[in-house]
Each structure stands twice: as C-alpha cells, then as structure tokens.
Design a protein around this ligand. Structure first.
Ligand SMILES: [Zn+2]
Length: 273
C-alpha cells in the first residue's frame, strides 16, 4: 500500500493544480446571490440583465492573477457595505449598498447635470474597483505606502480615467453625487477622523482632483462649476502624474501586455453607460 502513495499524491497535486494551471490561476467566478427580500429583487434583476459582474470580470482579466477571485453581489442582513475578504479571496457588494445608492440618487438635486442613471451606476463601478484595489494589493502582494483606503480609491479612479472622457465623466460625476450625499451627513468628529477611511468630502476632492489632473480640458467643468476648489486644482496634474507613475510601476509586470488595456476597460464598463 505505501507504494501507491507517491502516485496518489502526484495525482492529487495534478487535480488541484490542473484546472487553474501553474501560474495562470486567474479563474474569476461571478455570483449573483438570489435575494430573499422583495426590496432587493429589482436590483438583482437589473444587475443580472446588465451583466454587471461579467463586465467587471472582463476588467479584472487585464491582470494575471496568481489565484482565483470571486465577485459577488449578495444580501447582507441589512448592512450597507462592500468589502474584500482575503481569506476567501472574494469581493462582495451588498444589494443593500446598491439600494442605498439608488435611494440617494432619487433624492440628489445637485449637480443638476448628472443623470440619475449615472448617480446609480457610477458608484457601483467605483465601489467594485475600490474593492478590486484591495484584492489586487493582497493577491499580487503589491506594496502600499500610505493608507490602503486611499490607495484603493486611487486605483479605482485611475482605472476609470482610462475610459474615454465622456464615459469616465459619467462614473466620476455619479460617484461625486454619492460622496457628496454621504459627506453632507458626516460630522467631522473624532470617530470620523479616526476611521481608516478618509472623510467623504476628502475622498470626493481626491477623486475630482485626479480626474481634473488627468485631463484639464475634459474635466475643466469641475473647476468652472466650483466642485473642485481652484487652490487644490493647481496641483492636480502633478498629483495625477505621481499616482499614475506609481500605479504603472507597481502593476505593470502583472498586466497582460504590460499595460492597462483601454479597450478591455471600455468593454467591461458597457453596462454602466
Ligand atoms: Zn476599502
């Protein structure tokens, strides 16, 4: 019997390694968990019909992942949240979070140029990309200097800014509506400042600054409209360049073709437009 052991061990090894292949384990699973509560049904159906997770999977595929990753939409017992869980290597966005985005989009009055559609799908794109940021820092062992929450926001913004300006604008403007809505309710007390996330208004200005810094013509309206203060705007091109160079250096060797493929990102975000 002991003689059979090496064979069994080798076979087991083959079976475990087989489906993912050595070094090419970028198996990305998408899961739309069917919600029990009736409130979440509409969102569930909408997300499935738009093939949101399949689109996002297309974007994640620009990276060669060493291990599998799951993208999940799920019911979370009323919790308005989204997260990346390293132990299960899964990104989860709760239907409750999308419901909250949805509700806030109905109430949002400013800026008036933002369509309700963008106020819903912009933040959905942003939150998934933010969580992908966390996932990639972990899975690729990418070093993070500074707060990881800020780095994840920067990652999300830099991916969005690879889109054509008109498309990027929809996601940036939509996300700005959400951050403004949360920011208006946030009290700058010790608890807020002690949190590992920055205050929402700060996250908003960081986002707008990267957008403006990436293309002053395409995003000049942010300054003209007063959404981004001129004092901050002055240095945004340098801020963008610094972040884009860091991103390129940290991720290049993990990207297919050594670069963020614009066409793949465009395809992956079709559902958001
Ligand atoms: Zn985060």
């Amino acid at each position: 019997m002991p003689r059979a052991l090496p064979f069994v061990a080798a076979l087991t090894l083959f079976l475990v390694a087989g489906p993912t292949g050595a070094g090419h384990g970028d198996f990305i699973r998408v899961v739309y968990q069917a919600p029990k509560k009736s409130e979440a049904q509409e969102i569930y159906r909408e997300m499935r019909a738009r093939r949101v997770l399949e689109g996002l999977r297309e974007i994640v595929r620009m990276v060669r992942l060493p291990r599998s990753l799951t993208l999940r939409l799920s019911e979370c017992d009323g919790e308005i949240n989204a997260w990346y869980a390293p132990e299960t290597r899964s990104v989860t966005v709760c239907y409750e979070y999308i419901q909250d985005v949805w509700d806030r989009a109905q109430k949002a009055t400013s800026p008036p140029a933002v369509f309700r559609h963008d106020a819903i799908f912009g933040p959905v794109a942003q939150v998934f990309l933010h969580e992908f940021g966390h996932a990639l820092f972990h899975l690729l062992d990418v070093p993070v200097l500074g707060r990881e929450e800020d780095a994840a926001d920067q990652f999300a913004a830099l991916v969005v800014l690879r889109l054509r300006p008109a498309q990027a604008r929809q996601i940036i403007d939509g996300s700005a509506v959400l951050f403004t809505s949360y920011g208006a309710e946030e009290k700058l007390e010790k608890d807020t400042l002690a949190d590992h996330h920055g205050p929402f208004y700060q996250r908003l200005y960081n986002l707008l600054c990267l957008a403006y810094g990436s293309d002053k013509r395409a995003f000049g309206y942010l300054v003209d409209r007063g959404d981004l203060p001129r004092e901050r705007a002055e240095n945004c091109a340098a801020e963008y360049d610094q972040a884009a160079i860091a991103m390129d250096k940290l991720f290049r060797r993990h990207l297919r073709g050594g670069r963020m493929e614009r066409e793949r990102i465009r395809r992956g975000f079709r559902w958001a437009h």
